[in-house]
Ligand binder design. Structure first.
Ligand SMILES: Nc1ncnc2c1ncn2[C@@H]1O[C@H](COP(=O)(O)OP(=O)(O)OP(=O)(O)O)[C@@H](O)[C@H]1O
Length: 255
């Protein structure tokens, strides 16, 4: 396969909000007495004319303040939302690691959810049977894997979500705030595994609030503000002596 792994061309995403901050308090108060008055829907530009390319095997970090549009952009690339305008092209097996475990069915056990998720990614039952012990071992969930996931803590959900995602053999991994996964040891194990997968040529699009993590994992970065790309460059541009001190070395795993 040749060409970039991800192409994002002039992509925008609008949401319709049903409150309008521009409506004055007086107007809202009067509206209480005149039933015909309705607040005007307001179009909010969550992602605004964003374009970039991620080459095969490259890691791109997406940074920006809360609400700057990073997760929305990842969801657009994952195909979770349609774009309002623009074009997105991806080449290769794409696995979104977004809101880990949110897609699980609460009444099904961890094991059943593994089979369900794997089948959604086109794996045959036979293939999932081979993967199951590895997913279970990585998740460290033990016998909880046979419990309905509605009984899992949020950390357990995230462990299962992460373990399933990395065993789906992604060629492109979309990762949103990986460090929200479980406790510190598990986080270290996850980061080490992602580092290994990167060495194997995986393409990574990585949302993080931590410049240190972006420097550690990525080749390039994009900074977003109010839905727009405001900065793009090589991570080397982000490194200053103070930041270098904060980068924690990651030990690679072998399992
Ligand atoms: N489904 C939705 N409907 C309406 N507005 C939305 C929706 N999803 C996101 N938004 C809005 O779009 C903006 C961008 O949100 P997004 O989650 O992409 O930001 P973010 O950069 O990932 O933030 P954070 O760092 O807090 O995760 C926010 O103002 C958010 O409220």
């Amino acid at each position: 396969m040749s060409g970039p792994a991800i192409i994002v061309e002039h992509v925008s995403k609008d949401f319709v909000l049903h409150h309008n901050a521009q409506d004055s308090l007086k107007k809202r108060f009067i509206g209480l007495f005149y039933k015909r008055w309705r607040p005007q829907p307001h179009i909010f530009h969550a992602v605004d004319d964003v374009s970039f390319t991620v080459e095969r095997g490259e890691a791109l970090g997406l940074m920006g303040h809360n609400g700057s549009g990073k997760s929305t952009l990842l969801s657009l690339i994952a195909g979770i939302y349609p774009t309002t305008s623009g074009r997105i092209l991806t080449r290769g097996r794409l696995v979104p690691m977004i809101a880990l475990g949110v897609g699980f069915s609460p009444e099904l056990t961890g094991e059943e959810n593994i089979y369900l998720n794997a089948s959604l990614f086109g794996l045959k039952n036979r293939e999932t049977r081979t993967l199951f012990p590895k997913i279970l071992e990585f998740s460290e969930l033990g016998d909880f894997i046979y419990e309905p996931v509605k009984n899992y803590s949020s950390g357990m959900h995230a462990r299962l979500g992460f373990s399933v995602a990395i065993h789906l053999d992604p060629e492109i991994l979309l990762a949103d705030e990986i460090l929200s996964v479980g406790d510190a040891d598990f986080q270290q194990k996850c980061l080490a595994r992602i580092e290994d997968m990167r060495k194997g040529g995986m393409t990574l699009l990585f949302v993080s609030h931590s410049e240190g993590q972006v420097v550690q994992f990525c080749d390039r970065y994009i900074r977003m503000e109010h839905g727009k790309m405001i900065e793009e460059g090589d991570v080397a541009d982000l490194i200053d002596p103070a930041l270098k001190q904060k980068v924690i070395p990651i030990q690679t795993t072998r399992n």
